[in-house]
Design a protein around this ligand. Structure first.
Ligand SMILES: CC(C)(COP(=O)(O)OP(=O)(O)OC[C@H]1O[C@@H](n2cnc3c(N)ncnc32)[C@H](O)[C@@H]1OP(=O)(O)O)[C@@H](O)C(=O)NCCC(=O)NCCS
Length: 143
């Protein structure tokens, strides 16, 4: 790991990541560890905005957004490579999403997380609304 990480990490929302590098990050997150190459390719194609953190050409962080660009945006899959965690990369990914020029009109950003502490530091709150989740694997009786 480089000693002056902040100076070597670059952030980009224009370059889509190489899918195999992205799967390397997904393997480090419990909810994404079993994702396949083909599904991840499809997901990237249909994602409105991605934010990648790079150390040279090595993908070290990722986050993505689904949005109507006006009223609502949801943030998904914010992950930082274990070797680079705790150095501000995750914070920068979320800040760059919230300040992205194409998302300036968005009223409300939503996300689901098992790590509320990280997002509370960035101004997210769980007090205003109740999020609900419908899981296909737990609702097979409706199909
Ligand atoms: C959560 C995650 C994205 C944070 O990225 P990071 O680059 O390590 O975070 P930062 O260095 O920007 O940390 C920012 C602050 O959040 C805190 N923080 C980091 N991870 C945290 C966690 N899991 N729980 C609570 N607080 C956390 C840090 O202590 C830091 O606080 P400080 O500014 O007071 O020192 C990263 O740990 C990760 O990828 N984890 C695995 C995947 C995951 O859980 N993603 C969450 C989305 S659901």
């Amino acid at each position: 790991m480089p000693p002056t990480l902040k100076s070597v990490v670059t952030y980009s929302h224009r370059e889509l990541p190489d899918v195999s590098q992205l799967l390397g990050l997904f393997r480090q997150a419990p909810w994404a560890k079993d994702r396949s190459l083909d599904d991840a390719k499809d997901m990237l194609q249909h994602t409105d905005l991605t934010l990648c953190a790079w150390d040279g050409d090595h993908l070290i962080g990722f986050g993505r957004v689904l949005t109507d660009f006006v009223y609502r945006a949801t943030i998904w899959d914010v992950i930082v490579d274990r070797a680079y965690q705790g150095q501000g990369v995750g914070t920068e990914i979320v800040k760059q999403i919230l300040n992205h020029p194409r998302l300036k009109r968005v009223e409300l950003f939503w996300l689901c997380t098992r790590r509320p502490g990280f997002y509370e530091k960035l101004g997210f709150t769980s007090k205003e609304q109740t999020g609900m989740v419908w899981s296909r694997s737990k609702n097979s009786q409706l199909e």
